[in-house]
Design a protein around this ligand. Structure first.
Ligand code: GAL
Length: 362
Protein backbone atom coordinates (compact mmCIF):
# COMPACT_ATOMS: atom_id res chain seq x y z
CA UNK A 1 0.00 0.00 0.00
CA UNK A 2 1.40 3.36 -0.87
CA UNK A 3 2.25 5.83 1.82
CA UNK A 4 1.40 9.55 1.63
CA UNK A 5 2.86 10.78 4.90
CA UNK A 6 6.17 11.10 6.76
CA UNK A 7 6.30 9.65 10.27
CA UNK A 8 9.60 10.78 11.82
CA UNK A 9 11.20 8.18 14.10
CA UNK A 10 8.82 5.36 13.14
CA UNK A 11 9.91 2.27 11.20
CA UNK A 12 9.87 3.25 7.52
CA UNK A 13 9.29 0.35 5.11
CA UNK A 14 10.26 0.12 1.45
CA UNK A 15 7.75 -0.81 -1.25
CA UNK A 16 8.25 -4.51 -0.40
CA UNK A 17 7.54 -3.94 3.29
CA UNK A 18 11.16 -4.26 4.46
CA UNK A 19 12.47 -1.52 6.82
CA UNK A 20 14.62 0.92 4.83
CA UNK A 21 18.32 0.32 5.49
CA UNK A 22 20.09 3.55 4.46
CA UNK A 23 21.57 5.24 7.52
CA UNK A 24 23.63 8.45 7.60
CA UNK A 25 22.19 9.01 4.16
CA UNK A 26 21.69 11.63 1.52
CA UNK A 27 19.48 12.15 -1.52
CA UNK A 28 20.18 12.81 -5.19
CA UNK A 29 17.50 13.94 -7.63
CA UNK A 30 18.22 12.83 -11.20
CA UNK A 31 15.81 12.98 -14.14
CA UNK A 32 12.75 13.21 -11.92
CA UNK A 33 13.72 10.29 -9.68
CA UNK A 34 15.09 10.73 -6.18
CA UNK A 35 17.76 8.29 -4.98
CA UNK A 36 18.42 7.70 -1.28
CA UNK A 37 21.92 6.43 -0.46
CA UNK A 38 22.88 5.33 3.03
CA UNK A 39 24.85 2.91 5.15
CA UNK A 40 23.48 -0.64 5.03
CA UNK A 41 23.66 -1.79 8.65
CA UNK A 42 23.33 -5.28 10.09
CA UNK A 43 21.95 -6.35 13.47
CA UNK A 44 23.73 -5.84 16.73
CA UNK A 45 26.81 -3.86 17.65
CA UNK A 46 28.61 -5.37 14.62
CA UNK A 47 26.36 -3.19 12.48
CA UNK A 48 28.50 -0.18 13.36
CA UNK A 49 31.04 -1.53 10.86
CA UNK A 50 30.45 -2.07 7.13
CA UNK A 51 29.54 -5.65 6.20
CA UNK A 52 27.59 -4.97 3.03
CA UNK A 53 28.12 -1.45 1.70
CA UNK A 54 26.01 1.48 0.55
CA UNK A 55 22.32 0.78 -0.04
CA UNK A 56 20.31 2.75 -2.62
CA UNK A 57 16.56 3.25 -2.95
CA UNK A 58 14.55 5.21 -5.51
CA UNK A 59 11.34 7.19 -5.26
CA UNK A 60 9.14 9.45 -7.32
CA UNK A 61 7.31 11.02 -4.37
CA UNK A 62 9.74 10.87 -1.38
CA UNK A 63 7.27 8.76 0.64
CA UNK A 64 7.52 5.40 -1.14
CA UNK A 65 10.98 3.91 -1.69
CA UNK A 66 11.92 1.03 -3.96
CA UNK A 67 14.94 -1.07 -3.02
CA UNK A 68 17.52 -0.66 -5.80
CA UNK A 69 20.11 -2.86 -4.07
CA UNK A 70 23.69 -2.24 -3.05
CA UNK A 71 25.26 0.69 -4.90
CA UNK A 72 28.78 0.18 -3.52
CA UNK A 73 29.74 -3.20 -2.11
CA UNK A 74 32.52 -3.70 0.43
CA UNK A 75 35.40 -5.92 -0.72
CA UNK A 76 36.26 -9.40 0.56
CA UNK A 77 39.90 -8.89 -0.49
CA UNK A 78 42.09 -8.77 2.66
CA UNK A 79 43.75 -5.39 3.09
CA UNK A 80 41.48 -3.62 0.62
CA UNK A 81 40.62 -0.06 1.70
CA UNK A 82 36.93 -0.96 1.83
CA UNK A 83 37.40 -4.47 3.15
CA UNK A 84 34.40 -5.99 4.97
CA UNK A 85 34.60 -4.77 8.57
CA UNK A 86 35.90 -1.31 7.69
CA UNK A 87 33.92 1.74 8.81
CA UNK A 88 32.11 3.28 5.85
CA UNK A 89 29.82 6.10 6.91
CA UNK A 90 27.67 8.94 5.57
CA UNK A 91 27.81 8.20 1.82
CA UNK A 92 26.72 11.07 -0.41
CA UNK A 93 26.33 11.02 -4.20
CA UNK A 94 26.40 13.89 -6.70
CA UNK A 95 26.08 13.90 -10.47
CA UNK A 96 28.71 15.53 -12.62
CA UNK A 97 26.96 16.98 -15.68
CA UNK A 98 30.24 17.41 -17.60
CA UNK A 99 31.57 13.85 -17.18
CA UNK A 100 28.16 12.18 -16.86
CA UNK A 101 29.46 10.26 -13.84
CA UNK A 102 27.80 9.74 -10.47
CA UNK A 103 30.37 10.43 -7.78
CA UNK A 104 30.11 9.07 -4.24
CA UNK A 105 32.11 10.34 -1.25
CA UNK A 106 32.01 8.68 2.16
CA UNK A 107 33.82 8.66 5.48
CA UNK A 108 36.25 5.74 5.44
CA UNK A 109 38.15 4.13 8.31
CA UNK A 110 40.25 1.12 7.36
CA UNK A 111 39.41 -2.20 8.97
CA UNK A 112 40.85 -2.65 12.45
CA UNK A 113 42.06 0.94 12.78
CA UNK A 114 39.23 2.37 14.86
CA UNK A 115 38.65 5.95 13.74
CA UNK A 116 42.36 6.73 13.15
CA UNK A 117 42.35 6.65 9.33
CA UNK A 118 40.05 9.70 9.18
CA UNK A 119 39.86 9.69 5.39
CA UNK A 120 37.30 10.22 2.64
CA UNK A 121 36.61 7.44 0.15
CA UNK A 122 35.60 8.16 -3.44
CA UNK A 123 33.69 5.88 -5.85
CA UNK A 124 32.16 6.44 -9.30
CA UNK A 125 29.37 4.95 -11.40
CA UNK A 126 27.69 5.44 -14.76
CA UNK A 127 24.21 4.91 -13.32
CA UNK A 128 22.68 6.41 -10.17
CA UNK A 129 21.97 2.93 -8.78
CA UNK A 130 25.56 1.84 -9.48
CA UNK A 131 27.43 -0.37 -9.37
CA UNK A 132 29.93 2.16 -7.99
CA UNK A 133 33.62 1.39 -8.42
CA UNK A 134 35.93 2.34 -5.60
CA UNK A 135 38.54 4.91 -6.69
CA UNK A 136 40.66 5.79 -3.66
CA UNK A 137 40.78 7.17 -0.13
CA UNK A 138 42.23 10.58 0.54
CA UNK A 139 43.21 12.91 3.33
CA UNK A 140 42.34 16.20 1.63
CA UNK A 141 44.43 19.27 0.96
CA UNK A 142 47.93 17.92 1.66
CA UNK A 143 50.46 20.75 1.59
CA UNK A 144 47.83 23.47 1.14
CA UNK A 145 46.97 26.33 3.47
CA UNK A 146 43.35 27.52 3.60
CA UNK A 147 41.90 30.64 1.98
CA UNK A 148 41.40 32.05 5.48
CA UNK A 149 45.03 31.40 6.41
CA UNK A 150 46.51 32.87 9.59
CA UNK A 151 50.08 33.17 10.94
CA UNK A 152 49.20 30.75 13.76
CA UNK A 153 48.75 27.93 11.22
CA UNK A 154 52.40 28.32 10.17
CA UNK A 155 53.79 27.72 13.65
CA UNK A 156 55.01 24.19 14.53
CA UNK A 157 52.47 21.72 15.89
CA UNK A 158 52.98 21.66 19.66
CA UNK A 159 51.59 18.13 19.92
CA UNK A 160 54.00 16.63 17.39
CA UNK A 161 55.45 13.36 18.63
CA UNK A 162 53.36 13.49 21.77
CA UNK A 163 49.98 12.84 20.25
CA UNK A 164 48.47 9.46 19.57
CA UNK A 165 44.90 8.59 18.81
CA UNK A 166 44.78 6.56 22.03
CA UNK A 167 45.56 9.54 24.21
CA UNK A 168 43.55 12.40 22.82
CA UNK A 169 44.55 15.88 23.82
CA UNK A 170 42.08 17.88 25.84
CA UNK A 171 39.70 19.44 23.35
CA UNK A 172 40.88 23.04 23.51
CA UNK A 173 44.51 22.03 23.08
CA UNK A 174 43.75 20.46 19.73
CA UNK A 175 43.23 23.94 18.33
CA UNK A 176 45.98 25.64 20.32
CA UNK A 177 48.49 22.95 19.40
CA UNK A 178 47.92 23.58 15.69
CA UNK A 179 46.85 20.07 14.69
CA UNK A 180 46.33 21.55 11.23
CA UNK A 181 50.12 21.91 10.93
CA UNK A 182 50.67 18.33 12.13
CA UNK A 183 48.62 17.02 9.19
CA UNK A 184 49.77 19.52 6.56
CA UNK A 185 52.13 17.17 4.67
CA UNK A 186 49.96 14.02 4.77
CA UNK A 187 46.62 15.73 4.25
CA UNK A 188 43.96 16.81 6.70
CA UNK A 189 41.77 14.44 8.71
CA UNK A 190 38.28 14.01 7.26
CA UNK A 191 35.62 12.21 9.30
CA UNK A 192 31.88 13.09 9.05
CA UNK A 193 31.35 14.49 5.59
CA UNK A 194 28.82 15.95 3.21
CA UNK A 195 28.70 17.21 -0.37
CA UNK A 196 27.03 20.28 -1.85
CA UNK A 197 26.72 21.31 -5.50
CA UNK A 198 26.25 25.03 -6.10
CA UNK A 199 24.21 26.66 -8.88
CA UNK A 200 27.38 27.18 -10.93
CA UNK A 201 28.14 23.44 -10.89
CA UNK A 202 31.01 23.74 -8.41
CA UNK A 203 30.92 21.01 -5.80
CA UNK A 204 32.11 21.17 -2.21
CA UNK A 205 33.28 18.56 0.27
CA UNK A 206 32.46 19.52 3.85
CA UNK A 207 34.19 17.48 6.55
CA UNK A 208 35.05 17.40 10.24
CA UNK A 209 38.80 17.81 10.47
CA UNK A 210 41.63 18.43 12.93
CA UNK A 211 40.51 15.72 15.41
CA UNK A 212 36.88 16.79 14.73
CA UNK A 213 37.57 20.25 16.20
CA UNK A 214 37.19 22.23 12.98
CA UNK A 215 35.04 22.06 9.85
CA UNK A 216 36.61 22.38 6.43
CA UNK A 217 34.72 23.36 3.29
CA UNK A 218 36.80 22.25 0.36
CA UNK A 219 36.01 22.90 -3.31
CA UNK A 220 36.25 19.83 -5.56
CA UNK A 221 37.94 19.74 -8.96
CA UNK A 222 35.90 19.79 -12.17
CA UNK A 223 35.45 15.99 -12.13
CA UNK A 224 34.39 16.00 -8.43
CA UNK A 225 37.06 13.37 -7.74
CA UNK A 226 39.62 15.39 -5.75
CA UNK A 227 40.01 18.70 -3.93
CA UNK A 228 40.70 21.73 -6.13
CA UNK A 229 43.02 23.20 -3.47
CA UNK A 230 40.61 26.00 -2.42
CA UNK A 231 39.29 25.41 1.06
CA UNK A 232 38.38 27.23 4.26
CA UNK A 233 38.61 26.30 7.94
CA UNK A 234 35.42 27.08 9.85
CA UNK A 235 34.30 27.13 13.48
CA UNK A 236 37.72 26.17 14.88
CA UNK A 237 37.27 24.50 18.26
CA UNK A 238 33.48 24.19 17.93
CA UNK A 239 33.63 20.42 17.26
CA UNK A 240 30.91 20.37 14.61
CA UNK A 241 29.99 17.12 12.91
CA UNK A 242 27.58 16.06 10.19
CA UNK A 243 27.40 19.51 8.60
CA UNK A 244 24.82 19.67 5.79
CA UNK A 245 24.91 22.72 3.50
CA UNK A 246 21.98 24.10 1.55
CA UNK A 247 21.27 27.35 -0.30
CA UNK A 248 18.22 29.56 -0.46
CA UNK A 249 17.77 33.07 -1.82
CA UNK A 250 21.50 33.76 -2.20
CA UNK A 251 22.33 32.62 1.35
CA UNK A 252 24.20 29.48 2.28
CA UNK A 253 23.03 27.63 5.37
CA UNK A 254 24.40 24.76 7.33
CA UNK A 255 23.04 22.54 10.02
CA UNK A 256 25.41 20.39 12.07
CA UNK A 257 25.70 18.50 15.33
CA UNK A 258 28.16 18.70 18.16
CA UNK A 259 30.61 15.84 18.71
CA UNK A 260 29.31 13.20 21.14
CA UNK A 261 29.63 9.96 19.14
CA UNK A 262 26.25 8.13 18.87
CA UNK A 263 24.69 10.23 21.65
CA UNK A 264 22.48 13.13 20.59
CA UNK A 265 23.43 16.74 21.32
CA UNK A 266 22.11 20.19 20.40
CA UNK A 267 22.10 21.07 16.70
CA UNK A 268 24.21 23.95 15.38
CA UNK A 269 23.37 26.14 12.43
CA UNK A 270 25.02 28.94 10.49
CA UNK A 271 24.53 31.31 7.56
CA UNK A 272 26.90 32.82 4.98
CA UNK A 273 26.82 34.95 1.85
CA UNK A 274 29.91 33.21 0.48
CA UNK A 275 30.33 29.47 0.89
CA UNK A 276 33.98 29.97 1.88
CA UNK A 277 32.88 32.30 4.64
CA UNK A 278 32.63 34.23 6.77
CA UNK A 279 29.98 31.99 8.30
CA UNK A 280 27.89 33.26 11.21
CA UNK A 281 26.58 30.83 13.78
CA UNK A 282 22.90 31.21 14.68
CA UNK A 283 20.79 29.73 17.48
CA UNK A 284 19.71 26.11 17.61
CA UNK A 285 16.99 25.81 14.94
CA UNK A 286 15.09 22.91 16.56
CA UNK A 287 11.73 23.37 18.27
CA UNK A 288 9.38 20.94 20.00
CA UNK A 289 9.76 17.52 21.54
CA UNK A 290 9.86 14.02 20.07
CA UNK A 291 7.27 12.18 22.21
CA UNK A 292 8.82 8.82 21.29
CA UNK A 293 11.91 9.54 23.42
CA UNK A 294 11.14 12.81 25.21
CA UNK A 295 14.06 14.59 23.52
CA UNK A 296 13.70 18.25 22.53
CA UNK A 297 16.04 20.83 20.95
CA UNK A 298 18.92 20.31 23.39
CA UNK A 299 19.19 16.75 22.02
CA UNK A 300 17.90 17.37 18.47
CA UNK A 301 14.88 15.09 19.07
CA UNK A 302 17.35 12.29 19.88
CA UNK A 303 18.79 12.52 16.36
CA UNK A 304 21.82 13.75 14.41
CA UNK A 305 21.72 15.63 11.11
CA UNK A 306 22.79 13.91 7.90
CA UNK A 307 21.54 15.90 4.89
CA UNK A 308 19.23 18.68 3.73
CA UNK A 309 17.28 17.97 0.55
CA UNK A 310 15.97 20.73 -1.70
CA UNK A 311 12.75 19.69 -3.42
CA UNK A 312 13.18 19.50 -7.17
CA UNK A 313 11.98 22.64 -8.94
CA UNK A 314 11.30 24.49 -5.68
CA UNK A 315 13.23 27.49 -4.36
CA UNK A 316 12.06 27.35 -0.78
CA UNK A 317 11.15 23.76 0.08
CA UNK A 318 13.79 21.87 2.05
CA UNK A 319 13.68 18.67 4.09
CA UNK A 320 16.18 18.25 6.92
CA UNK A 321 17.18 14.62 7.38
CA UNK A 322 18.46 13.14 10.66
CA UNK A 323 19.28 9.72 12.13
CA UNK A 324 18.32 8.37 15.53
CA UNK A 325 21.20 5.98 16.18
CA UNK A 326 20.96 2.64 17.90
CA UNK A 327 24.58 1.53 18.32
CA UNK A 328 23.57 -1.66 20.21
CA UNK A 329 21.42 -2.77 17.29
CA UNK A 330 22.63 -0.61 14.43
CA UNK A 331 20.09 -1.82 11.86
CA UNK A 332 17.29 -0.36 14.00
CA UNK A 333 18.51 3.24 13.65
CA UNK A 334 15.54 5.43 12.68
CA UNK A 335 15.06 8.28 10.23
CA UNK A 336 13.72 11.71 11.10
CA UNK A 337 12.77 13.91 8.16
CA UNK A 338 11.33 17.33 8.97
CA UNK A 339 10.50 20.41 6.90
CA UNK A 340 12.67 23.52 7.21
CA UNK A 341 10.81 26.79 7.72
CA UNK A 342 12.43 30.17 7.14
CA UNK A 343 12.15 33.26 9.31
CA UNK A 344 12.01 36.92 8.27
CA UNK A 345 15.53 37.51 9.58
CA UNK A 346 16.91 34.80 7.27
CA UNK A 347 17.16 32.29 10.10
CA UNK A 348 15.46 28.91 9.82
CA UNK A 349 13.59 26.59 12.16
CA UNK A 350 12.92 22.86 12.30
CA UNK A 351 9.79 21.97 14.26
CA UNK A 352 9.12 18.44 15.47
CA UNK A 353 6.08 16.89 13.78
CA UNK A 354 4.59 13.48 14.61
CA UNK A 355 3.38 13.20 11.02
CA UNK A 356 3.47 15.53 8.04
CA UNK A 357 3.27 15.62 4.27
CA UNK A 358 4.57 17.75 1.42
CA UNK A 359 1.50 20.02 1.51
CA UNK A 360 3.30 21.94 4.31
CA UNK A 361 5.31 23.55 1.50
CA UNK A 362 2.23 24.92 -0.28
C1 GAL B 1 29.17 10.21 15.24
C2 GAL B 1 29.22 10.32 13.72
C3 GAL B 1 28.80 8.99 13.18
C4 GAL B 1 29.76 7.93 13.71
C5 GAL B 1 29.79 7.97 15.23
C6 GAL B 1 30.79 6.98 15.80
O1 GAL B 1 29.50 11.42 15.85
O2 GAL B 1 28.39 11.34 13.28
O3 GAL B 1 28.79 9.03 11.77
O4 GAL B 1 31.04 8.18 13.21
O5 GAL B 1 30.09 9.26 15.68
O6 GAL B 1 31.04 7.18 17.14
Amino acid sequence: MSQQIFEPGKIWRDTKGVPINAHGGGLLCHEGVVYWYGEHKIEGEAGNRAHVGVHVYSSADLYNWKDEGIALRVSDEPGHDIETGCILERPKVIHNAATGKFVMWFHLEKKGCGYDTASSGVAVADQPTGPFSYVRAIRPNAGVFPLNDSPALHTPCLAEGGFTGDHPLPRLNVVESNIFRRDLEEGQMARDLNLFVDDDGKAYHIYSSEENSTLHISELDAAYLAPSGRFARLFAGRYMETAAVFKRGGYYYLIASGCTSWEPNAARCAIARNIMGPWYEMENPCRGVNPQNGFGPDKTFGAQSTYVHKLHGRDDAFIAMFDIWNPDNAIDGRYVWLPVTFEDDHGFLIHWRDTWDLSVFE
